[in-house]
Design a protein around this ligand. Structure first.
Ligand code: ADP
Length: 585
């Protein structure tokens, strides 16, 4: 109940008022009592002058108590004798009441300290604030003997009535004061609690993420300052959080769309974050809480070593067909290790490229070594034989040497052509050209060769094929190459057919043969450098194994494509597609 600020204020004000009233009451009652007491004593000493006491002593010597009584009675008015105040004459030995103004009260008059003092011969005129009554007691002497004790006793009834009145007044004042205190506490608490309640509401809004609310500054007191500071704080907090949010959004976007995969695990090996690239690389959907050991079962990370170095470490991880390079870094917020962060880099393509480069170098070396070995062998034999060799053999040896060096020249020439095509340094004489014309020129050039091989050679290139843009000489060379292959790898009495047409924005020329074809498994390698189904046959035919690779590069440099279809043992069909410019379509 007293938890609220308001109730605390009410309680404080009530306690404050009660304590103020109590202090005032005690002070007032004490002052009134002292005033009354001193008034009584002053009144007594002004009446009981030494002269009056002497005449009373003289009267007492006569031992006539009624005379003494009458004398005192004569001073009733100045002594204030009345209902509450009486004079008395006491026996000096026993303190017994002998006569006075009120015999009834006199009979039960107590032996006060003043009376006892008077019985010893001294005037008793001390008064205590809290004593039951005020009195003075005067011994009347006759020589050394005390004849009587006279005095006045006041019941303090008037003072008590006065004190009672004061108390009643104080209680009333207290009651009204309490009402005022409660009212004041309401007003006071409102001026304090209303701004605090507003601040509390604003704090609740901020806690729930709403930074737009501002508390109104009502006063320039401490609460006003607090409200202003709080508003400033909300403003700063809001803008800081906005900046942090924007930064986090940027990072999140980067995290989601980056090409590298990122996976993070906590110290117990539980997945805490993963991006889509990582899931794609690992070929599975991951979710928070997945265990490291499930995701990378064969990959143990020596985390201790990593922590000592303070560096990331690199590992190579193969999953399915993918080759991933893993950069593993510790997540440390001071010590100890909080977890690990793994950045995955897909190097499958790079690995493939490296592999094909290695293969290519090995192929080039091999292709060049074979003719070189032959040249060296035949030359050595010729040198060793000297004049012992007959002219015909010598001629045939020199012929081989010539052919082999010729083959080497062709390989080197083809390699240079490929290298130029790879680097985009091959000059092309681009112009509008007719694919039909180029194909027909190629057919014409190859007709004698084909027929010389006993092959039937037909061409059915339709009229009205759209014009294309290209280097006519090179395109023609490509088609010659394809026809030459169709001749070389054909069967005896086979046939070759050159056709053409246009589809899907391309003009195309197909060379179809009824030759050897190539095995289905080799189809993807058909355009690879140095690919040959039968190396010996190809070499015999003077092939380098680079003709198709060059053809493919030239066609692609024209924005076209080259396709190959083959049934092993039955025949093949190679088609060159070149894009038709928009206006020709
Ligand atoms: P090559 O100089 O050996 O002819 P190419 O690059 O022109 O080199 O051809 C590569 C290989 O592809 C050939 O060695 C051959 O085995 C095969 N090939 C090419 N064209 C055909 C075809 N029309 N029919 C069957 N095999 C072919």
């Amino acid at each position: 109940m007293f938890r609220s600020l308001h109730m605390k204020l009410v309680l404080v004000l009530i306690l404050l008022e009660i304590s103020v009233m109590s202090v005032v009451g005690i002070f007032l009652i004490n002052s009134v009592s002292d005033y009354e007491m001193n008034g009584f004593l002053t009144q007594m000493s002004s009446v009981f002058t030494p002269e009056l006491i002497s005449s009373l002593e003289r009267a007492a010597e006569k031992n006539d108590i009624s005379d003494l009584r009458n004398m005192l009675n004569a001073y009733s008015a100045p002594l204030g004798i009345g209902e509450n105040r009486m004079f008395f004459i006491l026996d000096p030995e026993t303190g017994e009441y002998l006569a006075g103004s009120d015999d009834e009260r006199g009979a039960s008059l107590p032996l006060t300290p003043n009376v006892i003092k008077a019985m010893t011969g001294e005037v008793g005129q001390t008064a205590e604030t809290l004593s039951e009554s005020f009195d003075v007691a005067i011994p009347l002497r006759s020589g050394d003997k005390i004849t009587y004790i006279i005095g006045v006793n006041d019941t303090r009834a008037e003072l008590s009535a006065l004190i009672w009145n004061i108390l009643t007044m104080l209680v009333r004042a207290l009651f009204f004061g309490l009402l005022v205190a409660i009212l004041l506490s309401f007003l006071l608490s409102k001026t304090i609690t209303v701004p605090i309640e507003r601040l509390t509401k604003q704090a609740t809004d901020i806690a729930s993420g709403d930074f737009s609310e501002r508390a109104e500054v009502l006063n320039s007191d401490e609460i006003g300052t607090l409200t202003r500071t709080f508003n400033d704080m909300a403003e700063t907090l809001g803008s800081t959080l906005r900046e942090v949010g924007e930064e986090r959004n940027k990072l999140e976007t980067l995290f989601k769309h980056m090409a590298d995969g990122v996976v993070a695990f906590d110290a117990r090996g539980k997945l805490i974050n993963v991006n889509p690239a990582a899931q794609e690389m690992l070929g599975r959907t991951l979710s928070e809480g997945d265990q490291y050991t499930d995701i990378f079962p064969d990959l143990e990370i020596p985390t201790d070593g990593m922590r000592e170095d303070g560096h990331f470490m690199e590992l190579l991880h193969r999953t399915g067909e993918k080759v991933l390079k893993m950069y593993i870094a510790p997540i440390t917020v001071g010590e100890p290790l909080q977890g690990i962060m793994i950045v995955l880099h897909d190097i499958t393509e790079q690995e493939k490229l490296d592999e094909s480069r290695r293969e290519f170098v090995a192929n080039v070396s091999h292709e060049l070594r074979t003719p070189l070995t032959n040249i060296k062998g035949y030359t050595e034999t010729l040198i060793d034989a000297g004049a012992d060799i007959d002219e015909e053999t010598e001629k045939s040896f020199l012929g081989v040497i010539y052919d082999e060096s010729d083959r080497m020249t062709r390989i080197v020439k083809d390699l240079l052509t490929l290298s130029r095509l790879d680097n985009g340094r091959m000059e092309m004489q681009m112009a509008e050209m007719s694919l039909k014309d180029a194909a027909e020129s190629a057919v014409k050039a190859m007709k004698i060769d084909a027929e010389g091989h006993g092959l039937s050679f037909t061409s059915a290139i339709p009229d009205g094929m759209p014009e294309v843009v290209g280097d006519k000489g090179r395109i023609q060379q490509v088609i010659i190459n394809l026809i030459s292959n169709a001749v070389k790898y054909n069967r005896p009495d086979g046939s070759i057919e050159v056709t053409g047409g246009a589809e899907d924005g391309y003009a195309f020329i197909s060379v179809r043969d009824t030759g050897l074809g190539i095995p289905k498994a080799d189809l993807p390698h058909f355009f690879a450098r140095f690919y040959r189904v039968d190396k010996a046959r190809s070499r015999k035919m003077g092939g380098t194994g680079l003709g198709l690779a060059i053809a493919k590069e030239i066609v692609e440099a024209h924005g076209g494509k080259i396709t190959f279809d083959s049934v092993y043992g039955k025949g093949s069909c190679v088609t060159v597609f070149l894009p038709v410019p928009e206006k020709e379509r």
